[in-house]
Write a protein that binds this ligand. Structure first.
Ligand code: SF4
Length: 344
């Protein structure tokens, strides 16, 4: 924090932050720091990476692991919460730590990359469960590993499950796009027995820079589609104008806006959570303004491991009864329409 105080004029709330069991480490990349307006203490990019003392508080409804990842884990690194997919925690390290990180029970503990034994055991588990079709390579940020380490990790999974679809979940295009090189993408492409997807996390349009566009383009040009998962964050992007610009710009950069997540009930993150009612208002407004291609799914991961549910108001006013086979709908503009159901 001392070093940061030499670059940004810190607020009292920022100065009062203490690293503790509820927090992730303080680390901001030079690239991201260069995007922050040093004169604006409420800059939406600054809020994502500069901690405040709010992070040291927790409420009774929050917990370290609301998604119950630990109870769905097989070993330290493999989470099997949905039948058809798993998450493998390649490392707990990130080049920059987001203050809203939902996996803070694990992220930044400095345990480092998964061991060979952990990788092998996860690969054998996946092989023994043919219902698993996809794996999220996540963490932490898996791209903190060297190309050689990633090559060997991906190779181990491909060797036992050549048809496994792999999602590479990374914030590097936002935090340090120079990490993404042609050599990295070429190495990934050598494991092309099944598709890869790049999963990014852009939360604000100002995070889309020429460098980040170049980084994502390397993947997309190589045939690896890019999908974005934003988090709805208070005083960062809880505004239809901001999200409209973000989503439209993402599509223009060939990144599909995939999810807009409601903040999970994770200890120390209450300062970022947007009330559900407000989130749903924003979702309705976005649905009115954006094309289907640009529209993300607003969703919540339910507590106690309840799984993901879409959060959108219903457009059905009334469903058909026995006599009338017609449905009544509300339009996004607030009008009503009748649909005669041909199967009735
Ligand atoms: S990049 Fe992902 S894992 Fe790392 S701190 Fe941010 S949200 Fe957490």
């Amino acid at each position: 924090m001392k070093e940061l105080a030499g670059i940004l004029e810190l607020t009292e709330e920022e100065k009062a932050w203490r690293e503790g069991p509820l927090s992730v480490p303080l680390r901001i990349t030079g690239h991201y720091l260069s995007l922050i307006d040093p004169t604006d203490s409420s800059d939406p990019l600054r809020r994502q990476v500069v901690p405040t003392c709010r992070e040291n508080m927790t409420s009774g409804t929050e917990s370290a692991d609301p998604l119950e990842e630990v109870s769905h884990s097989h070993g330290e690194r493999l989470i099997h919460r949905y039948a058809n997919r798993v998450a493998f925690l390649a490392t707990d390290i990130c080049p920059m730590y987001c203050r809203h990180c939902f996996r803070r029970r694990f992220t930044g503990n400095m345990t480092g990359p998964a061991t060979e034994a952990e990788i092998e055991s996860a690969a054998l588990y996946i092989k023994a469960h043919p219902e698993i079709r996809e794996m999220l390579l996540t963490g932490g940020d898996p791209l903190t590993l060297s190309d050689a380490m990633l090559d060997s990790m991906i190779g181990a999974f491909r060797k036992t499950s050549p048809s496994l679809i792999i999602r590479i979940c990374t914030r590097y295009p936002v935090s340090q796009p120079s990490r993404i090189t042609r050599e990295l993408v070429d190495m990934i492409k050598r494991h092309d027995s099944a598709p890869f997807f790049l999963m990014t996390q852009f939360n604000h349009p100002r995070e889309i820079t020429p460098e980040s566009i170049r980084a994502v383009s390397l993947f997309v040009d190589a045939g690896i589609p890019a999908m974005n998962q934003s988090v709805l964050l208070r005083r960062v992007n809880d505004d239809a104008d901001v999200l409209e610009e973000l989503c439209n710009r993402l599509v223009f950069c060939r990144i599909k806006p995939y999810y807009l997540f409601q903040g999970d009930m994770v200890s120390g993150t209450s300062g970022f959570r947007v009330p559900l009612k407000r989130g749903m208002e924003i979702e309705r407004e976005l649905r009115r303004r954006l094309s289907g291609l640009a529209m993300p799914v607003y969703a919540a991961d339910l507590p106690d491991g309840g799984g993901k549910v879409p959060l959108c108001g219903s457009y059905i006013i009334s469903s058909p009864d026995k006599e009338k086979g017609s449905w009544q709908f509300r339009t996004p503009e607030g009008g009503t329409r009748i649909v005669e159901d041909p199967q009735f």
